[in-house]
Design a binder for this molecule. Structure first.
Ligand SMILES: NC(=O)c1ccc[n+]([C@@H]2O[C@H](COP(=O)([O-])OP(=O)(O)OC[C@H]3O[C@@H](n4cnc5c(N)ncnc54)[C@H](OP(=O)(O)O)[C@@H]3O)[C@@H](O)[C@H]2O)c1
Length: 357
């Protein structure tokens, strides 16, 4: 069973025609840009390289359209990002056929009551101007009070919890896969025991876990466990503390101010071997580890750079990057959301109170 599951997410690699010859002091090498994809436990393919859409709503229509035209085929969005309308318009504007795009969105915590789940999905589909999404994720395991307020708080400003559980929500999501409106379902920001509960109490193993992974938060054991269950990992914030959000948000930890991942000299050194930037090395590390990465950018040259980030890294370079693990988790709204997130995972020291909404 485990063996089959692990097999199901093996990467298929298709070569693109871009090869760059890099000359060093005593040697030269050819670096080929790949277009890796993985097979989910549903049988569907998911690209290794994708595009995040959190923030900059005014730019998203244009950038989603351009990113697709440039070759991105995986778009990640969420109800709570307030960009689904722009993403939908961007997809249309790109002219790329819908069936060639892997489009995923996320259900937000105020819509977790089982009676709200399908209506919430319909809202997303309407705004995304699509009859289906390739992936629907539960954004966090915590349930907020149902109703239109996405961040329902009591008079003291504390988040009000809902009275259903993530298992109830998951069972409602399972039903959606039979409607044709959702091709696969998965989770985000869950810990190991929460995923074990889902597996035990339902008949669907999540196709994807979208979680924070980068060289400063590698979570080797958890990643191996997910792989053994056939759950494909999509890395959010793949560039670590690159996003200023982590320095500015109320629940940012002190560690968000540490040296940016991409400024680590090791990455620069490795990059020289391949004629690649530290950003490209970081993204390639995720892909060479069997995961998808969804960097967000609204800047053309950065999108171009990210698109050239799928190349083979030698094992000695993967080993070097492994030494950067600092168990530094930047995305941790546990105290604001009134839910101890990531309870059995690495990087939960130093969680601070604070709010974004
Ligand atoms: N499931 C969740 O709870 C969750 C949480 C966080 C994020 N996400 C998803 O993951 C996506 C990515 O995460 P993220 O935005 O936090 O972090 P990220 O993609 O690791 O970093 C984004 C930052 O890196 C910059 N950047 C991107 N490519 C670059 C390049 N080639 N060179 C230099 N800078 C570059 C961007 O600049 P510009 O903005 O100036 O272009 C932005 O400031 C999000 O957009 C969202 O879709 C999901």
């Amino acid at each position: 069973m485990i063996c089959l599951a692990a097999k199901a997410i093996r990467a298929s690699v298709f070569r693109k025609s871009v090869s760059v010859r890099v000359s060093g002091k005593s040697s030269s090498r050819t670096v080929t840009t790949r277009a890796t994809s993985y097979t989910l436990n549903t049988g569907a393919k998911i690209p290794a390289l994708g595009f995040g859409t959190f923030q900059d709503p005014d730019s998203q229509e244009e950038t989603v359209s351009r990113a697709l035209q440039k070759g991105m085929r995986l778009i990640d969005t969420a109800r709570v990002y307030n960009v689904e309308t722009q993403v939908g318009k961007g997809v249309k504007k790109s002219g790329i056929p819908r069936e060639d795009i892997f489009l995923g969105t996320k259900l937000w915590c105020n819509d977790y009551h089982p009676d709200d789940v399908e209506r919430a999905l319909d809202d997303s589909l309407r705004d995304l101007e699509t009859p289906y999404v390739d992936l629907l994720l539960m954004h966090y395991p915590c349930t907020f009070k149902r109703g239109p307020d996405r961040f329902p708080r009591d008079v003291d400003g504390r988040m009000i919890r809902g009275d259903t559980t993530y298992v109830d929500t998951w069972k409602a999501m399972e039903k959606l896969t039979k409607t044709g409106k959702v091709k696969a379902i998965g989770v985000s920001n869950f810990c190991k025991s929460e995923i074990e509960t889902l597996i035990r109490e339902s008949s669907t193993i999540p196709a994807v876990h979208q979680m924070e992974v980068h060289p400063y938060l590698q979570q080797k054991e958890f990643n191996e466990w997910l792989r053994s269950k056939g759950i494909h990992v999509v890395q959010f914030s793949p560039l670590g503390n690159m996003n200023d959000f982590y320095r500015q948000t109320g629940w940012s930890k002190e560690i968000a101010h540490m040296m940016r991942v991409i400024d680590q000299p090791i990455l620069k050194e490795i990059g020289k071997k391949y004629g690649k930037s530290p950003v490209q090395v970081v993204l390639a590390w995720g892909i060479n580890s069997g995961r998808s990465v969804i960097p967000k950018s609204v800047v053309d040259w950065q999108i171009d750079e990210n698109l050239e980030a799928d190349f083979e890294l030698e094992s000695e370079d993967m080993a070097q990057i492994a030494t950067l693990d600092a168990k530094a988790r930047f995305n941790d709204p546990s105290l604001d959301y009134e839910w101890r997130l990531y309870s059995d995972l690495e990087g939960i020291d130093g969680t601070v109170k604070g709010r974004t909404h």
